[in-house]
Design a protein around this ligand. Structure first.
Ligand SMILES: Cc1cc2nc3c(=O)[nH]c(=O)nc-3n(C[C@H](O)[C@H](O)[C@H](O)COP(=O)(O)OP(=O)(O)OC[C@H]3O[C@@H](n4cnc5c(N)ncnc54)[C@H](O)[C@@H]3O)c2cc1C
Length: 413
């Protein structure tokens, strides 16, 4: 008898799982349920669309015929509201019930709202879906001034959209530096200067206390905790994600911030798996539970989950994730878990070249490279192979670092 697989979420994790399931199990019934109104698109590229640099077409990855060709039933505009692990069913908002033998939850997250007065006013945007990007682009093309909040990897996309659309911007940050948990002041200053050159002014020790609105409930001003006022008819907020765990309430599927899975992407239920941003997975390299928010990692988790749904134990998830920023004249890459670790080493080489490695128990667990990405393969190899670099951290950040420069066991890797 053929197996039935139900996947909730048609992001990169869900869609890549469907592709692998079809390859591994040609006879299976495969259904994907998504609350979005369109099939898989490239979430990484929606910022280029909002900047006005790319038309819509290349952002779409699969049209509906892709699913038909693989005999995958894609149900758009279908929000799953309930899971019954005992009955092996999920229920959608319209009451339709779907039975499964194996279930994959690839349900990602939703942008966190700012808990301040008027944060739901017209003109205030969050950024996760293609539809968000369309709204942002349309508004930004008419905007006069903008405020961006959220000093991280998505906030900088909003700041770059402001810059590309020639809108004067203020980027309000809570501390003294952009992405202060991964970059030092030296590294962040490279980003601050690049923003200033593009007419986006970083404002430090700031944030938002409340927004002011006009008679039509449109945002006019962001007021920061110091009482300073910033005119803005466009506001972009990117302060993090709330992972979509509401549908797990009332089940005994284990989760905290995300859904707990083992290295095979399986939850505490034998027939329920999870993949992508939503998972808190057992990171074999880090040696502890971790969560990734990156396209490549989500894709790989979808593929690994599918293999293990067909045959549990086939392949484990072991991955160094990467995330690049391409808005500036210099390249930028973060990898692994750059905000973790008990130690670090960094070096600055020029006004646009800088590196920092995060270290835990004498091993690299992540890093950020600005300006010169050439050592990334070496650092990722050392991280993946958990090479002990204790006592040699300064060698790692020599500008022309080679693996042979490391002494002893590390050098033989
Ligand atoms: C603007 C932007 C830029 C980015 N840039 C980069 C980058 O440069 N590099 C990088 O590595 N990563 C980047 N990312 C992050 C990357 O896109 C994500 O890590 C990746 O898309 C996660 O994929 P996923 O499939 O796990 O989740 P998602 O893509 O979030 O997909 C989850 C899907 O599940 C659906 N869903 C949720 N709950 C339900 C439910 N109950 N019923 C039905 N459907 C449901 C959601 O609507 C969504 O379609 C960026 C993200 C954004 C928003």
């Amino acid at each position: 008898m053929s197996q039935s697989y139900v996947i909730v979420g048609d992001g990169i994790a869900g869609a890549s799982a469907a592709e692998t399931l079809r390859e591994e199990d040609p006879e299976a019934d495969i259904t994907i349920l998504t609350d979005e109104g369109e099939a898989l698109y490239n979430r990484i590229l929606i910022k280029e669309f909002a900047k006005g640099k790319l038309p819509e077409a290349p952002i779409s990855i699969h049209d509906e015929s892709w699913y038909d060709d693989r005999d995958v039933d894609l149900e758009l505009n279908t929000l799953v509201t309930n899971i019954d692990p005992d009955a092996h069913t999920v229920t959608a908002h319209d009451g339709t019930e779907y039975e499964y033998d194996k279930l994959l939850l690839a349900i990602g997250g939703t942008p966190t709202q700012l808990p301040v007065e008027n944060s739901d006013a017209e003109g205030i945007h969050h950024f996760w879906t293609f539809q968000d990007a369309r709204n942002i682009k349309e508004h930004m093309e008419q905007a006069e001034n903008s405020v961006v909040i959220g000093a991280g990897l998505l906030g900088i996309d909003l700041a770059a959209i402001t810059a590309a659309q020639d809108v004067e911007g203020k980027y309000l940050m809570r501390g003294k530096a952009w992405w202060r948990y991964a970059l030092s002041q030296d590294g962040a200053e490279i980003i601050h200067n690049a923003l200033r050159e593009r007419n986006v002014e970083p404002v430090f020790d700031s944030g938002v206390d409340h927004f002011e609105v006009d008679d039509e409930d449109r945002v006019t001003t962001a007021v920061d905790p110091n009482g300073d006022h910033y005119d803005a008819d466009f506001v972009g907020i990117a302060i993090g994600l709330n992972f979509n765990t509401e549908i797990l309430r009332g089940t005994d599927i284990e989760y905290d911030n995300g859904i707990y899975v083992d290295e095979y992407m399986r939850t505490n239920h034998d027939d329920i798996f999870a993949a992508g941003d939503i998972t808190e997975f057992h990171d074999l390299i880090l040696g502890e539970r971790a969560q990734n928010g990156a396209w490549g990692s989500a894709k790989e988790q979808g593929t690994i989950a599918a293999k293990n749904m067909v045959d549990y134990g086939t392949e484990e998830f072991r991955w160094v994730s990467s995330y690049s920023i391409t808005h500036f004249d210099f390249p930028f890459l973060s990898f692994g878990h750059p905000t973790l670790g008990d130690d670090h080493v960094e070096a600055k080489y020029s006004d646009t070249e800088w590196r920092r490695l995060a270290i835990k128990d004498g091993k690299i667990v992540g890093g950020v490279l600005i300006g010169d990405l050439s050592p990334q393969t070496k650092y990722k190899k050392l991280m993946r192979e958990q090479v002990d670099i204790s006592g040699q951290k300064e060698t790692l950040v020599k500008q022309d670092f080679e693996l042979e420069d490391l002494e002893g066991a590390a050098a033989e890797q």
